[in-house]
Design a protein around this ligand. Sequence first.
Ligand code: PLP
Length: 393
Amino acid sequence: MEKRFVYADNSATTKISKSVLDAMMPYLTEAYGNPSSIYKLGRDSKRAIENAREKCAAALGCTPSEIYFTGGGSESDNWAVTGTARKLAASGKKHIITTAVEHHAILHTCAALEKEGFEVTYLPVDSEGKISLTELENAIRPDTALVSIMYANNEIGVINPISEIGKICRKKGVLFHTDAVQAVGNVPINVVEQSIDMLSLSGHKIHAQKGVGILYIRKGVNLPNLINGGGQERSKRAGTENVPAIVGLGVALENAVSDIPGKIEKVSKMRDKLIDGLLKIERTRLNGSRTDRLCGNVNISVEGVEGESLLLSLDLKGICASSGSACTSGSLDPSHVLLALGLPHEVAHGSLRLSISDETTDEDIDYILEVVPEVVERLRAMSPLWERIKKGE
Ligand SMILES: *Cc1c(COP(=O)(O)O)cnc(C)c1O
């Protein structure tokens, strides 16, 4: 097969879609008014933001006044966790519950709060990447301020039972935040029906631009201001709004929820073909639940190869993918998510994440299925580790 370019890293970021860019364009050019200005040019920008807010509220099942535009998923996560912690600490609640497999935007925020004297319970996951609801319920204490559990995992694609978690938190009177960055557009979300108090999402994971996101904050949950200054975002996140990015996010979110069942059907077929094809390579395993899984996520461990070598070889073949090893960030530690599943270090190192989208084609899948086995075979042929594995050492 001829060399092609295949983008299979949609969990890292996505391409801006044409409809999003088209909607943004006027606000990057002639419609540059400050939304706080009273003349028409300013009022037009203001109206564009409020229009985007309405689209976002409709997509999540909340009211526009519960949508706060932020600078992305990490910012939303930080605000939800730190804001709740600071607020409830005043009433003696200094305990937070989260999971061992959250995004670092949550884990590192929790670690920072631990240094300030908060106590954090990190719920473990089983070998499929699932938490236990009984364990969650038992972990909630009278001094628990917040439960923060991701909707779907960015590495292994596992989808959590958010409605059940929401129910447990409501029953126990504890606030519930979910990082839904990977879930949006892949599972139907309704913050009211699912008893979600706060929800984070990010624009660049759903075909909008980088550096814009949302924190949904249920009416009645009063978080401290994130940025003090002007009256933007009901004075909670001050600073002149990123109008083009917000307008684009409104369209992207509207697009993302427009046909979720259709997307799931189309993309999960390609995902399953990928999984089945890749598991034919000897000594590979699928990481994360096969059933409760994002329609676009494939994560396999390939024994006897280094994740980073695999990625570089795939890059030479035009395939963009990612790995559970964090070598690229200057550390040799394998992913905390794969380790939490109980994978040994060396297996966690050789993992490959392919995240496809509804723009992926059958030809892309066939190309990946042709290239990956070849590359694995070549790398294993050079690997002393593979020699030892084969000898059963
Ligand atoms: C990408 C991602 C984030 C961070 O979002 P940014 O907009 O890049 O800050 C947070 N949580 C999860 C699960 C993610 O996948």
